[in-house]
Design a protein around this ligand. Structure first.
Ligand code: C5J
Length: 230
């Protein structure tokens, strides 16, 4: 699929060439989304995140069917925790913190069941998975190099959580010269008020960090692009 596609978005139309765009799915990990995971153990309502699974599935399928680039991220740390800042380890003062045994293995440790991506959105072997120690997907990772090598200029950013890892990544991407579109039904927060504010912050002031739309609008332009190409 080639040529510029136009998605209805806020604060104005988002234009992208699919060949120079990637779907970046942030931290759709079992510990954040699954009942009985670490997120729920902390008292969070995982249904607020689980509502994003179906829209993400539909967008991922359409994106894959169109032969476009998909990149996944996971937040987590080395098993020896040498990349875990001491400040992050003790943040929150909880009894159980990163690296401790949790409901699905050691919490946010690479290789543990809870750290992995939910089966519904599991990466294909051809799709890069970025293991990130921070909230932003660019900090201490090779994401920027990968995007540069692939000639990617625009990102469709989905995943969890809206106000933390999605927002941080969109800001990091914006500072590196990428345009980001965030479909609001494909991003989730445990807190409805942060969902709303997190999206408002992205599109405020003429799109200070990016654009906000809905996956149905992206699916419609992908379908149109397919029909025009055939
Ligand atoms: C993410 C978090 N993925 N909220 N992490 O947003 O700690």
């Amino acid at each position: 699929m080639t040529g510029t596609l136009h998605v209805e978005a806020e604060p104005y139309t988002f234009e992208f060439d699919p060949a120079q765009s990637a779907l970046l799915i942030i931290d759709m990990q079992r510990d954040f989304l699954e009942p009985a995971g670490f997120g729920e153990m902390l008292g969070n309502d995982v249904s607020q995140l689980r509502r994003t699974i179906e829209p993400n599935k539909r967008l991922l399928k359409a994106w894959r069917d169109a032969g476009l680039k998909v990149i996944h991220t996971r937040e987590g740390h080395r098993p020896d925790l040498t990349d875990l800042p001491p400040a992050k380890k003790i943040r929150g003062g909880g009894k159980t913190t990163i690296g401790d045994p949790g409901p699905m293995g050691r919490i946010l440790v690479r290789g543990e069941a809870g750290h992995d991506i939910i089966p519904e959105l599991y990466p294909l072997p051809s799709e890069p998975v970025i293991d990130k120690p921070g909230k932003g997907a660019f900090y201490a990772t090779d994401l920027h190099s990968i995007l540069q090598h692939l000639g990617i200029k625009k990102l469709i950013v989905t995943g969890v959580t809206t106000e933390v890892c999605v927002n941080t990544t969109v800001r990091e991407a914006n500072d590196r010269g990428y345009d980001c579109l965030v479909p609001e039904d494909c991003v989730g927060s445990y807190f409805p008020e942060f969902q709303e504010a997190g999206l408002k912050m992205i599109k405020a002031q003429g799109g200070i960090f990016g654009w906000v739309s809905d996956s149905s609008k992206i699916l419609a332009v992908l379908q149109n692009g397919k029909e025009q190409a055939s």
